[in-house]
Each structure stands twice: as C-alpha cells, then as structure tokens.
Design a binder for this molecule. Structure first.
Ligand SMILES: Nc1ncnc2c1ncn2[C@@H]1O[C@H](COP(=O)(O)OP(=O)(O)OP(=O)(O)O)[C@@H](O)[C@H]1O
Ligand SMILES: [Mg+2]
Length: 282
C-alpha cells in the first residue's frame, strides 16, 4: 500500500540524490515524504543490499525522529521484500544528530576511550565539570610557584578568569580547534608604546590647564596607567596587573570643555590598550 503524494513530494521521494536535505514549511508533509522515501528504499532492496543500517535519517528533534520511526514501522509491518526478508526498524538509524553520535560513541566506546554507559550532560552539569577542571588546573599552576597565573588570579576576580577561560574554550570548540593550538600572543608592543606616549601627552596638556581637583586627580590616574603599561612592556608577567589597572581606570569629566575632551580621549586609549593587554594574558 502506498500513500498519496503530490508532485513535489513525489519528486523528493524519488530524487536520485544519495544525500537529501528536506526543509519545508510546517505541516507541508516533510515527515510523510521522509517516511515514504525510507520505506521505498527499505522495500526495494534485499536483506543483503539494504540492511537497517543502510539509511541514515537525521531529524532536528527527538519527537520528529520517533514519529518517523513509528510511521516507518507501521508502513513496513507485514511488508516483505523481494527475497521475503523483513526489515528490522528497531535497528534503523533514525534519530537526532546527538542520538546518532551517542550511538556511534557507545558502539566504539573502547576505541574512543570512554565509558560506554556515558550520558549526555546537561548545561548545568557541564558548567560544574568545567568549573572543577578550571580549579584543578589553577591549583596545579599555583603549586608550581609564582607565575602569571598567580598574578592573574590576584588582580582579576577568579570568577571572571573562569568565565574568560570558559568562553575561550567554547570558541575553540566551535571553531573545531584544540585549546592546545592556542598560543600566548605577545602584546603589540608598538601600539602599547604609542598608547603610553599619547597618555603622557594628554597628562601634559591636562597639567597645562588651570589646576583643579579634577585635573590633579586625572593626572594622577594617568600616571598610574602609564606606569602599568610601562611595566607590562618591560615584563609580560605584569600584563594582568596592567589589565586590572585599565579596568579600574576612571577619570572625572568635570571642568572645562578641554578637560572633558582630554578625559574622554584618555579613556578611549586606555580601553584599547586594556583590550590588547588582556589578549596577551589569555
Ligand atoms: N500529499 C498529501 N495528501 C494528503 N495528506 C497529506 C499529504 N501530505 C501530507 N499530508 C498530511 O498533512 C499532515 C502534515 O504532514 P507531515 O506531518 O508529513 O508534515 P510535516 O511537514 O512533517 O509537519 P511538521 O512541520 O508539523 O513536522 C499529515 O496529516 C499528513 O498526513
Ligand atoms: Mg514532521
């Protein structure tokens, strides 16, 4: 028994393409088309030529996969192939991409070096595992004596460092690269030198303005920032402290238009320098 199909649906079912991607509006008949294509492939073969593993069906949701498997099961119930063999739908590959990957990994758990009883972790479980791994790695680093890690954790909140590491890990993962491919990039010394020099000039211009509390406070803040950049340039281990200094950097924007303009410019230079320093720290 076959089902009614319109012309477009029939074209999809009979498409000679080996690989097929079906995307169409809700309720337009995707499930019906995929089920029918599956059934025809299953029935035209023999036990040897079409095993339940010959067709791979991937759906977006578990529900859709179950629906297709159920409809295929109903359609194939009692249907025999040319050689009289039946088709075991329970062994067919009809699942989400996660389901397919889990099945492959379970089947080859030994080669993959994983526990065959594994389950897919929830977001919450994954976060807890990542946090544990982060803490373990930090302890190992700290046990090795004074290092960039110690300075980093001292100057930036540990939670923020964890978030940064987790985000970098996610990014590597989505790019298909490995974290071991990451290299410590050295700060762009030329750009940082330029930033420190310009901040020095801004400080000079500020001090040339009529002295007020705002001007004095801003000049002092600039002096600290310049010193932080200078020390990071002299020793990369000081970069985390300079990042922290750039994050704390605040200037008052009271006073004359000229003072406000200088404060804004300094803030922008510090922001850019802070980002460059932060990249060197990761
Ligand atoms: N050619 C057709 N003739 C008669 N009924 C059809 C035809 N194609 C689809 N239908 C019916 O339309 C309804 C929707 O079909 P189906 O479930 O295959 O669509 P779908 O694209 O998978 O929907 P969803 O987006 O909700 O998953 C079903 O009841 C199906 O039997
Ligand atoms: Mg559907």
């Amino acid at each position: 028994m076959s089902v009614e199909l319109n012309r477009e649906q029939e074209a999809v079912v009979e498409s000679a393409s080996r690989d097929l991607f079906v995307a169409a509006a809700a309720g337009s008949g995707k499930t019906r088309v995929i089920t029918e294509r599956f059934v025809r492939i299953a029935l035209t073969g023999t036990a040897a030529s079409r095993t339940p593993e010959s067709v791979l069906t991937i759906t977006f949701t578990e529900k859709a996969a179950e629906e297709i498997a159920e409809r295929v099961r109903e359609r194939l119930a009692g249907a025999a192939r040319r050689d009289g063999s039946t088709f075991d739908v329970d062994r067919a590959w009809i699942s989400t991409i996660h389901g397919m990957c889990a099945r492959l990994l379970r089947r080859h758990a030994l080669e993959a070096g994983i526990d065959p009883l594994f389950s897919v972790g929830s977001e919450v479980e994954l976060r807890a595992l990542r946090q544990e791994a982060f803490e373990r790695a930090a302890k190992v680093q700290l046990a090795q004596g004074p290092s960039g890690t110690e300075t980093l954790l001292d100057t930036v909140r540990t939670g923020d460092v964890f978030e940064g590491v987790a985000a970098a890990y996610e990014l590597c993962h989505s790019l298909g690269t490995d974290v071991t491919d990451l290299r410590r990039s050295s700060p762009d010394a030329g750009a940082l030198r330029g930033a420190a020099d310009r901040l020095g000039e801004v400080r000079g211009e500020l001090l040339a303005a009529p002295t007020t509390q705002t001007v004095e406070a801003n000049a002092a803040a600039l002096e600290c920032m310049i010193a932080a950049i200078e020390s990071a340039l002299a020793d990369p281990a000081a970069a985390p402290a300079a990042v922290a200094a750039s994050q704390r950097f605040k200037q008052a924007k009271r006073g004359s238009e000229a003072v406000k303009r200088l404060a804004l410019e300094a803030e922008e230079i510090v922001g850019v320098a802070g980002e460059q320093l932060a990249q060197a720290v990761v």
